[in-house]
Design a protein around this ligand. Structure first.
Ligand SMILES: C[S@@+](CC[C@H](N)C(=O)[O-])C[C@H]1O[C@@H](n2cnc3c(N)ncnc32)[C@H](O)[C@@H]1O
Length: 275
């Protein structure tokens, strides 16, 4: 039931792939010879976009032989970046069918479909064998998952010994809950946001050792305010994450910015290793 509501929240456009392709065509002049960098504007449905993905991957020291599981893979941008930069294999799993379709289409166009694969599914109940991944990556997803203990035990199960979790996630701030609607939720019924320390305690209670847990709220806030000012001045460009957010995209983006500025949201980048 909750997952249906979450899918409803994200599944904003039944013609998403066609509309994104039209926007790419408009902005890049065609659909031929696209590179991973050509898709930056649609590829990061998270704060600081590609910048944060590059940062987290470097700190994680991704290796070419790694098998990576991207939970809540969205448009597939993280998977394509990791596969093209590190030559690793990435499987993306996501609740939202239109995003999965888009991710697979874009990866095929970039000839990265031998290194990436996408499927519909719940990141908290994983359809994978025990010890089958080196890395579980999760970027701006866990605030949609009510049972934190469930996905933590699933991550531990599918990770190989000494496998790592890479997290880039939004949490509750000291000043209270974020203003709604936000990019991940239209109201409280699909938002399961908690304080960062609560998740850290659950992750390290049994299954994982902490390698790093960086509070990146301030740089996230600065990036967000700059991005908002640019949008106000120039309007959104044809290709952008607003295409993934539906008609009230600007309101959701504005509320995320206000929540960061007012202490109603924090952002953490974390790396943990299976104990
Ligand atoms: C804010 S977007 C982030 C997408 C992607 N990680 C990125 O950084 O571009 C959140 C994504 O998580 C997915 N999602 C939410 N709950 C999920 C769950 N329980 N299992 C799998 N995917 C989920 C949504 O469908 C959506 O694609």
């Amino acid at each position: 039931m909750t997952n249906n509501l979450i899918t409803e929240h994200y599944d904003v456009d039944k013609n998403l792939t066609a509309n994104v392709l039209a926007a790419i065509k408009k902005e890049k002049g065609g659909l031929e010879n696209l590179s991973v960098d050509d898709l930056i504007a649609i590829d990061g449905f998270h704060i600081r976009g590609r910048k944060s993905t590059v940062e987290l991957a470097e700190r994680l020291q991704v290796r070419p032989a790694d098998r990576v599981l991207d939970i809540g893979s969205g448009s597939g941008g993280t998977a394509r970046y990791l596969a093209s930069r590190y030559d690793c294999h990435v499987i993306g799993i996501d609740l939202t069918p239109s995003y999965v379709h888009l991710a697979a289409d874009l990866s095929k166009r970039l000839k990265l479909d031998d290194k990436t694969a996408f499927g519909c599914g719940n990141g908290a109940v994983l359809p994978f064998m025990d010890e089958s991944f080196d890395i579980v990556w999760m970027d701006h997803v866990q605030m949609n998952i009510p049972d934190k203990g469930l996905y933590i035990s699933e991550f531990a199960r599918v990770l190989k010994p000494s496998g790592k979790i890479a997290l880039h996630e939004v949490f509750k701030g000291k000043a209270g809950e974020p203003y709604m609607p936000v990019p991940w939720s239209s109201d409280e019924s699909t938002s399961f946001i908690i304080h960062a320390d609560e998740l850290k305690a659950q992750l390290t209670e049994k299954y994982f050792n902490l390698i790093e847990w960086r509070d990146v709220t301030e740089i996230s806030n600065q990036w967000f305010q700059k991005m908002r000012a640019k949008r106000r001045a120039n309007g959104p460009s044809p290709l952008g994450i607003h295409l993934l957010m539906g008609p009230n995209a600007e309101e959701k983006i504005a509320n995320m910015g206000r929540s960061l500025a007012d202490g109603r949201a924090t952002v953490i980048m974390g790396i943990l290793q299976k104990a």
